[in-house]
Design a protein around this ligand. Sequence first.
Ligand SMILES: [Zn+2]
Length: 253
Amino acid sequence: MYVVRHFAFVSLTIARNSYKLEFWLRGAWLWLFWDLLVWSRDLVSLLLTGKRKVECECCGWRGTRFFLHTCLSGAKVHRFKEEACPSCGALKRQRQLVRHLAGKIGGSLPKTARILAVGPGRAELRWLRRQGRADLVTVDIRSGIAMAVMDMSRMAFRDGCFDLVLCSHVVEHVTEDFAAMKEMWRVLKRGGTCLIQVPIRDGLPTTVEYGKPNREEFDHVRAYGADFKGRLEAAGFVVSHSDDELFEATKSA
Ligand SMILES: [Zn+2]
């Protein structure tokens, strides 16, 4: 089903942008048509081969490889190889989050734990619900799949009411990211954990502020650099673990 949605999404992206001159001049159309060809090839290969080398942590799908993810931001094309699960649509970062959660939830987090997901994705939400995590609150800046519309830099929760806060690829969109991190720290219980993921630019020592949403970078308002861990610590967190772009930050007991 997700495969059909993907073909529809790419076709619609081409149709929606076809009137823009820069779409044709900068070659975005070429990569999107290429995406359709690569997905068709991978789909045939999936149906014909018995090899099952990768498994999606979010839905359990097994296949030869994860699929290409091509998206357009402004007139710039972003291509991520071995990225999308063709069954549930989970991206690499969502699988990484679930992999980390599976370790944590399977281990130290009690079944009664109260969880807040800020700007959640469908794949990790479906996974959490399958684990029987009923005490799950979801918020987002826009209406959509979340339970409530809320600005994460001013959240309407009392202090110390969550055991776990999940925030994946959100704060790079938030103008006041320090306020957002302080808010996540505030709503956590003492000893609670925040799992936070952000895109970090390779080789960038210090975060660069754009001053406004960058339309060619998914409306990010900054590019995070190697100082991201320090920014979490400045908000009060103790960073106990980091893996690539995933940070486990705790509120001291
Ligand atoms: Zn999946």
